[in-house]
Design a protein around this ligand. Structure first.
Ligand code: HEC
Ligand SMILES: [Cu+2]
Length: 324
């Protein structure tokens, strides 16, 4: 090889090694999906591994043949302008390389369509009694937090509490004045967009107790990266108590809806540091501010009920005086 080509080869090899090293050393090796903990996530995971398998076999065959042919048919001492044998047509080979890819594609498509219903709908037949009925949750993606409404009217922020082993019917939307977000809890299934005015629907059933992390999967503004959430799957008999712990909890509400832009103490984030601000103790002024926004502050609480403003003030009023 002439020296410039050799140098180029080394640069490509070194860059490739560096590029692969970062995912390899990432926390969870970076390349594989998280362990699925819900039937729909399992179906997605099965599809992923099927594609990795099919793609991997094709990669090995094609690259293996390429490398083998490079050695087998290299020039050796033949002159550069030596012509190889001229071959015209080979019917059985041509039929083979047409039929085999068609079969592979048919297999991939068939597999995906077989798994698809599991990803998108929960099976109503699995619901034997009213207690097994799906828990319907209204999810609103908002700048820059998640608001969860439960059948009993409870509201939680950035934390969704569910009983383990029960179907959860997730109705995902965003308020009309908001932007598009995307619901995404990898261990509990795929992404689904939260579109203003156009509700979407997905589901999950947590197989194990635990806390499953998720985040907004659609760039939605300045604090998009802070728009994280978690699903807490708890034993059925602890569900009520756990929901009560989070529902209407002003501290959770502040952390989700306000703290992404405001410190109570310390440096200014997107908005001013809030300790000592008298608005924090004034339900009318604070309600007015969060429902309408001001200047660069979006209307993070547009549509909030009086109860929601009250739970927030109950928590924030202690910071209005600079003490606390
Ligand atoms: C997306 C970022 C963001 C979020 C979320 C946010 N704010 Fe703000 N906030 C701001 C900005 C920016 C300002 C400065 C507004 C201006 O331009 O006057 C501000 C101003 C304020 C002020 C001071 C108003 C004044 O003039 O005294 C208060 C109080 C306040 N926010 C409370 C809250 C509360 C409570 C929440 C949660 C319900 C919240 N903010 C959520 C960005 C945000
Ligand atoms: Cu978002």
């Amino acid at each position: 090889m002439p020296p410039p080509v050799r140098r180029l080869v080394w640069i490509v090899v070194a860059a490739g090694a560096l590029a692969l090293a970062s995912p390899a050393f990432a926390e969870d090796a970076g390349l594989t999906p998280v362990d699925p903990k819900s039937p729909n996530a399992e179906a997605i995971n099965d599809t992923y591994w099927m594609l990795v398998g099919v793609g991997g076999v094709i990669l090995l065959l094609v690259e293996g043949a390429l490398i083998a042919f490079m050695f087998r048919y290299r020039r050796r001492r033949r002159p550069v302008d030596d012509e190889g044998p001229q071959i015209h047509g080979n019917t059985s080979l041509e039929v083979l390389w047409t039929v085999v890819p068609v079969l592979i594609v048919a297999f991939v498509v068939g597999f995906v369509f077989y798994k698809l219903p599991e990803v998108s709908d929960f099976s109503e037949e699995a619901i034997a009694s009213p207690e097994d009925a799906a828990l319907e949750i209204e999810v609103a993606g908002r700048q820059f937090y998640w608001e969860f409404r439960y059948p009993d009217g409870s509201v939680t922020y950035d934390t969704l509490v569910v009983p383990v082993g029960r179907n959860v019917d997730v109705r995902v939307t965003a308020p009309d004045h908001d932007v598009i977000h995307s619901w995404w809890v990898p261990a509990l299934g795929g992404k689904i967009d939260a579109v203003p005015g156009d509700p979407n629907r997905t589901w999950f059933r947590a197989d194990e107790e635990g806390v499953y992390d998720g985040s907004c999967g659609e760039f939605c503004g300045v604090q998009h990266s802070a728009m994280r959430m978690s699903v807490r799957a708890v034993a059925a008999d602890e569900y009520e108590a756990e929901l009560e712990r989070f529902a209407g909890n002003g501290e959770e509400q502040f952390t989700a809806a306000c703290a992404k832009c405001h410190n109570l103490e310390g440096p200014q984030l997107i908005g001013p540091t809030l300790r000592g601000n008298p608005t924090l103790a004034d339900p009318r002024a604070l309600g007015e501010l969060v429902r309408n926004g001001r200047g660069a502050m979006p209307a993070v609480g547009r549509g909030w009920s009086d109860d929601q403003v009250r739970s927030l003030v109950e928590y924030t009023q202690r910071f209005a005086e600079g003490g606390g």
